[in-house]
Design a protein around this ligand. Sequence first.
Ligand code: ADP
Length: 773
Amino acid sequence: RIGTAALAVQVVGSNWPKPHYTLLVTGLCRFQILQLLKEKPYPVAEVQQLDRLEQFTNGHKSEEELGELSEQFYKYAVQLVEMLDMSVPAVAKLRRLLDNLPREALPDILTSIIRTTNQEKLQILDAVRLEERFKMTIPLLVRQIEGLKLLQKTRKSKQDDDKRVVAIRPSRRISHGSITEDEEEEEDHDDVVMLEKKIRTSSMSEQALKVCLKEIKRLKKMPQSMPEYALTRNYLELMVELPWNKSTKDRLEIRAARIVLDNDHYAMEKLKKRVLEYLAVRQLKNNLKGPILCFVGPPGVGKTSVGRSIAKTLGREFHRIALGGVCDQSDIRGHRRTYVGSMPGRIINGLKTVGVNNPVFLLDEVDKLAKSLQGDPAAALLEVLDPEQNHSFTDHYLNVAFDLSQVLFIATANTTATIPPALLDRMEVIQVPGYTQEEKIEIAHRHLIPKQLELHGLTPQQIQIPQVTTLGIITRYTREAGVRALDRKLGAICRAVAVKVAEGQHKEAKPDRAEVGEEDCKEHVTEDAKPESISDTADLALPPEMPILIDFHALKDILGPPMYDMEVSERLNQPGVAIGLAWTPLGGEIMFVEASRMDGEGQLTLTGQLGEVMKESAHLAISWLRSNAKRYQLTNASGSFDLLDNTDIHLHFPAGAVTKDGPSAGVTIVTCLASLFSGRLVCSDVAMTGEITLRGLVLPVGGIKDKVLAAHRAGLKRIIIPQRNEKDLEEIAAHVRQDLTFVLAGCLDEVLNAAFDGGFAVKARLEHLNSKL
Ligand code: ADP
């Protein structure tokens, strides 16, 4: 409870890279704490001064005894100082101080200079009585003198060394308050020693060990306040933490892998089959050189979660590296350590996180890498993914090679179009198409609903979602290839039910409500709103019976009115509208094409953010129709076969805010314009896709599977596709094919025939004959 009062003379230091301050203080006197007044934010206490008071200097102590003691002390002190090298200014000053200072101040000063432990220093501090203080300090002095003598004996070159023993302690220590600083320094020093020990015992490569030892040598010589100190230390800590030789043991068994994959994911047969093949080869050949799997498909179809399952089957750690928007190659390969704030790249960071050198790394969204002035991250990835090179991958920050050959890389993307070709070349692309409605229902009931129930703390006894409701959510509240929005909607339902259940539990305390309700618990959520449930408080309706059944009314209550209408036919109730099929990275979509004509000078206006290719398709379509106008008896408003005579045409492609491009809208534009000029309606359940040529041929296009699924989702029945795309139909699930009629068209005549009820060309010819008669 005794401390030193001191005056802060100087404060130096900085907060960066870590707070580090040096305090210069002048000691004033001892004090004793009488009462602690408060501890936070800093201690405040009532204290009593203990020394430097007249009574102590003049003292009640018998002058003689003290005089004797102090004389003895003075002698030892002089003996000690004279053993040192007097040419050192600090020593000379000390010698002068011994003569000039009052004797009673000497014990304190000398204790702070000679080599003593903190414990001893504290004891001296506690010795309030001068006599006691002198008595305690003398043995310390003697010890120091003996030590010095011994040293002088063993070392011949004594003068240099003597200096070090004592004079190395700077004179600013002529104060009492350097205890904590001392400890901290010692602690830091200990840390560095520990770090060195860790480096030596870690299993890092020889090259890395060499670099580390060199760095630690530098670190030891560096003052802590230097920014580089923290940098070097972080670097060394990372090096120690990296899993140079640490790996998990693969436990691969194909049968078990099949079960895990099947349990975690419904459908996706092709993908699962390929993954199993991949794993089987791995089991037989026990080395990881092979193509990198790349799952390509719309969002929410389970690409990431398959990656996670693969890690699970192999018993490996899983780490996801999101590459979307990465435009700096140092994100992959790290910054050189010369930069302030430099850090390792994501690969090395990932390895540090998982702590083993053979994890499964999922490179998410490789198609969204971007280029910038800071270099091309795709090029850096090339090195990472190349099995020939990646055993010595060199991160700029580490600056030594790290072996990545045990890491299993899996990539995911929404489209292959934007993956740089060289990168694509390293990967084996596996397409993951969107799901059909039936598959989504199964996925919802097997995986999503149980998961959501668990997330919301509900049990199947509390909520029941029948399959028709799920179908309702899928068709009327979502329009997507994957199941993410569906998952969210199910989450919303669970939240709403959780409120009801929690309210019910609250009410259970009141037994009169427990019996109320019908046996078959339909429409509970809506029933709650009925006036029959006159409850004591207006907003807390009667507790629902379990399980709460989610039917269409409940859906509407929870999710609001349906967002999508199944009926597309309403939009096809006037001539000049046709449905096309488009492919986007988010899956297939149906797309309405609208056309109108007006008096004008033969202008064609196109709106809806079209790309060049699409504009060309529109021009092609008009040219083809103009050249075949007579054959189909198509006329403009004034009855002329020259369709653009005094007529302007406007083609629009909703949604106007989304950029569209590609040749596959060709047939849709032709059909739409044919409908406009003939005044006939296109069949409301037909969708089409196909590129056209000037001579009226229909050329094959891509993304048929996604497009067909989109048409199926939208409830369309007949799909016109190019003849040469027939082979793509095989990939489509049988039950989807059953619901649809496919028309394989080789030329535009066939397209038009299929798009209009009763055919187009034939009807036109009949009308033509009729008119002649
Ligand atoms: P992606 O990576 O393709 O965008 P995710 O892997 O993140 O999609 O999947 C989104 C969610 O959908 C996950 O919760 C996943 O479990 C679920 N999911 C997707 N497909 C399936 C499936 N076939 N079976 C079970 N769950 C699935």
